[in-house]
Write a protein that binds this ligand. Structure first.
Ligand code: PGA
Ligand code: ZN
Length: 424
C-alpha cells in the first residue's frame, strides 16, 4: 500500500545548550504524525555537512535557524509532499537533488537531517515495525543491543575546565545484559561524584552530562575513573568496566602542528607514545580522534602502533562520509568509525557509511552530538544496524537518558536480542 507525505512542518526549538535547532513533523495522508529533533555539535569536523544558521546577531547571537525552518516549510515540503512514505531512501535522494550541493549547505544540513529522520520514522510506523526493526529490514543487518559508552568526565569544547581531552567514557564491556550495563554506568557515575566531592572537586556538569572537574592531565582523570569503578565493586577492564577516550585532538592541535596537552607541547609521535603508555597503564580499550582530522600521516602511524591493542576510531576525520571513509580504509587509517547522522545529512548516506565499515571489518559506534534534543532515533539506529556500540553522554540529563532509556525499552520488549560488541 502506498501512503503519501501529506505535510512537512518544522519549528525552531531549543537544544540542550539553549541554542536553536529544528523539530520536524511529518504528517502522512492517513493522519499518522511523527516528529524528529535535530542535534548539533560543538567540536565539529571541518568536512561535516553544513548546518544553516541565520547569522542575525539580534536573535540568539546569530544562531537562529529560521532560514532552515523556512526551507522545510517551503521548498522541501513542496518537493516532497505526495511522495511515498514507504520509500525513505528515495525521499533522501530527492532531498540531495533538491539541495544540489555536496555539503547540504543550500537548504542546510540541519533542515535536511530533520526531514530524513522524520521520513524514516514515518516509514517504520506505516510498515508496522519498530524503528530499529525497520532499519534492520532495509539495511539487511542483524539487530543487536549495543554496549553503551557513558561520557562521565567532560573537557575540551564541552566544558570550561582545563582538560584538553574531551571525553572519558565508561564502557561496561563485561556486563551480561543491556540493563546491567546501564546499571554499571549509573553506579560508577554516582561513585565518581562522591569521589570528586571527597577530593574537593566541584561536581558541576559539562555539555554531555559528565563531570567537569578542574583537572588537566588525562592520567589524573583515568586514576579517578579506575578508582570509581572499583568503588562501585566492579573490575576495571574488559571483563568489567573498561574506558574509552575521545580526546578530539583537532581541538588542541596548535597552528604549528603540535598538540597542546596539559601545558605540554607534543609532536604527533610524542602524543602517540603517550597513548601507548595510557593503554599500558589503564583499561582504555578505545581511542577516538586521537590525532587531528588533517594529520593523516600521523593516523597511519597511530593505527600501526596501537591498532592491534585498541579500537582506533575516526570521528572528525571521517565525518560519517562514505567517500572519506573509503579513502581512509585504503590507507589503513583507524579500525573503527564514529557514526553521526547529522555529519553527513541523511539516514541513507549514514547506512552507506556503515555498510562500508562493515565490509572493511571496521567497528562502529553510533553517536549523539553535544547539543541534543529528546529524540532517541540514534538508539534505534544502533540496535537496527547491529553495530554493537552507542555513545550518548553521561547516564544523566534528559536528552542523554532518552537514548539509554530507549535501549532499555527495546531490551525489555525484545529479550531475544543479543547484547555486546558486534563481531566484525
Ligand atoms: P560534538 O562532539 O557533538 O560537539 O561534535 C562529539 C564528539 O566529538 O564525538
Ligand atoms: Zn568525537
Amino acid at each position: 500500500m502506498t501512503l503519501r507525505i501529506a505535510d512537512l512542518h518544522a519549528v525552531e526549538i531549543l537544544d540542550s545548550r539553549a541554542r536553536p535547532t529544528l523539530a520536524v513533523t511529518l504528517t502522512a495522508e492517513d493522519g499518522t504524525r511523527v516528529r524528529a529533533g535535530v542535534p548539533a555539535g560543538a567540536s565539529t569536523g571541518t568536512r561535516e555537512a553544513v548546518e544553516l544558521r541565520d547569522g542575525d546577531a539580534e536573535r540568539y547571537g546569530g544562531q537562529g535557524v529560521l532560514g532552515a525552518v523556512g526551507h522545510v516549510n517551503g521548498e522541501i515540503a513542496r518537493a516532497l509532499t505526495g511522495r511515498d512514505v514507504g520509500s525513505p531512501a528515495d525521499v533522501d535522494r530527492a532531498l540531495l537533488e533538491l539541495d544540489g550541493t555536496d555539503t547540504k549547505s543550500r537548504l542546510g544540513a540541519n533542515a535536511v537531517v530533520g526531514v530524513s529522520l522524520a521520513v524514516w520514522r514515518a516509514a517504520a510506523v506505516l510498515a508496522g515495525r519498530e524503528l530499529w526493526q525497520y532499519i534492520a529490514d532495509v539495511a539487511g543487518t542483524r539487530p543487536w543491543l549495543p554496549v553503551p559508552h557513558f561520557n562521565v568526565v567532560n573537557g575540551g569544547a564541552h566544558a570550561a575546565n582545563d582538560l584538553d581531552f574531551q571525553e572519558f567514557m565508561l564502557a561496561p564491556l563485561g556486563a551480561p545484559s543491556l540493563p546491567e550495563a546501564v546499571r554499571a554506568g549509573a553506579e560508577v557515575y554516582a561513585r565518581l561524584k562522591s569521589r570528586l566531592a571527597a577530593e574537593g572537586f566541584a561536581t558541576g556538569l559539562g555539555d554531555e552530562g559528565g563531570f567537569a572537574p578542574a583537572v588537566s592531565r588525562p592520567e589524573d582523570v583515568l586514576d579517578l575513573l579506575v578508582e570509581s569503578i572499583a568503588d562501585a565493586g566492579r573490575v576495571p577492564g574488559r571483563e568489567g568496566v573498561a574506558i574509552a577516550l575521545d580526546p578530539a585532538a583537532s581541538e588542541f592541535r596548535a597552528p604549528d602542528g603540535r598538540y597542546r596537552v596539559a601545558g605540554e607541547s607534543l609532536t604527533g609521535d610524542q602524543l602517540i607514545a603517550r597513548y601507548e603508555e595510557i593503554v599500558d597503564r589503564y583499561p582504555v580499550w578505545s581511542i577516538e580522534d586521537g590525532l587531528a582530522e588533517d594529520d593523516w600521516d600521523g593516523w597511519v602511524r597511530l593505527t600501526a602502533r596501537l591498532g592491534h591493542r585498541a579500537q582506533i576510531m575516526g570521528d572528525d576525520i571521517f565525518v560519517t562520509n562514505p567517500a572519506i571513509i573509503a579513502a581512509a580504509i585504503g590507507r589503513k587509517i583507524a579500525n573503527s568509525a564514529l557514526i553521526k547522522v547529522n555529519q553527513i545529512g541523511t539516514v541513507t548516506e549514514t547506512l552507506d557509511a556503515m555498510r562500508l565499515c562493515r565490509d572493511a571489518g571496521y567497528t562502529q559506534m553510533v553517536s549523539h552530538r553535544s547539543g541534543e534534543t529528546d529524540d532517541s532515533f540514534i538508539a534505534d539506529l544502533a540496535v537496527g544496524t547491529g553495530c554493537g556500540q552507542l555513545k550518548s553522554g553521561a547516564p544523566a540529563r534528559g536528552e542523554r537518558i532518552a537514548k539509554y532509556n530507549r535501549l532499555l525499552e527495546i531490551a525489555e520488549t525484545h529479550p531475544e536480542l543479543p547484547f555486546g560488541l558486534a563481531d566484525v
